[in-house]
Design a protein around this ligand. Sequence first.
Ligand code: PMP
Length: 400
Amino acid sequence: MLPASLKSDFPILGKSVNDRPLVYLDNAATSQKPRAVLDASRHYYEAVNSNIHRGTHFLARAATAAHEAARETIATHIHAASSDEVIFTSGATEGVNLVSDILSLSAGDEILISTLEHHANIVPWQMLAQRSGAKLVVIPCDENGVLDQNAFTNLLSEKTKIFALTWISNAFGTVNPVREMTAAAKKYGAIVLIDAAQAIPHLNIDVRDLGADFLVFSGHKVYAPTGIGVLWGKLDLLKSLPPWKGGGEMIKQVTFEGTTYNDPPFKYEAGTPNIEGAIALAAALEYVKSIGIDAIHDHEQKLIAAAAEALSEIPGIRLYGPSDRIGALSFAIEGVHHYDLGTLIDQMGVAVRTGHHCCQPLMSRFGITGTTRASFALYNTMEDIESLATAVKKAAAMLR
Ligand code: PMP
């Protein structure tokens, strides 16, 4: 287990809620920020702030250097072949929208996604399908929230032009065999996008090993601020695909007659970016590295297993997702509404998420409107799990 003292790296975790020490178990929605990240943001504005890329003065050069060093750190963290493959976005949602906007399809083409997807990896593809006449095809899942691999194999065909898949389900914690599924889709020549929004805080990500064309994630799920994220893409694709938003920075030459576009990554970064966010994201990934992603993963797996075991004792409880879930533990208690449960345990100082988790089609598949979800981070402790279990038991008894 990681030392409980790590909690003190995160100032907000010292807070009391309803006169109880805060137990923060809503990490799949967003993570808390360590002092190293807060300091990086503050230092940027106190000592470096300037617009980047076109300035000749001292601060412009310092800000540009810090921004591009952040890109290098991120490229190294995800094992990208080049930092030119790392495009800064506002988050995973923007990354998927960027890709779905620059790809063009024809009537009869298919976009393959899965039942486990977050709305961010459904709606942009639906919009692309609507404007192109392509068809959205969905891989079903079983009662454990695990994708049906036979169905997946059968759904793949020459018509599959895009395959977009979440690595880890934010709702159920299901881990998809992304490498194998990517390889299968690649046999049909599909463009593959992996949604790593929930994978980035828990797993080592090696984009070269993965074999996909695109991968997206948000900084705020991995201890960085909101409003910054990454789209990683294979360089040859980024070079050959059309630009997205037009504006400053994404150009080489502009005349009123026409424009030539910049090379990736700048081709996809029109306008002044979130400079401080990029720097803070690099600081967050350095923080993760200093602890070690494998140590974080081991720690969190012990927590989630302990939580599953403790909650299983509650009469009428159903845990969703497979037992080898990562990051998130979703559950429902017979006769208890998830919203009431979440509200009551909040009064006991325990923060969890309730509802559909932006996965309404997945909830429909299970005939439910939502679940209660506890989700875990490196700073959570066995004490947090005990608090969760005690609070849920107490609340369930009161609400039934
Ligand atoms: N995909 C998954 C699996 C997610 O969990 C989330 C955030 N809940 C997103 C995409 C969207 O991330 P963001 O809202 O940061 O763009």
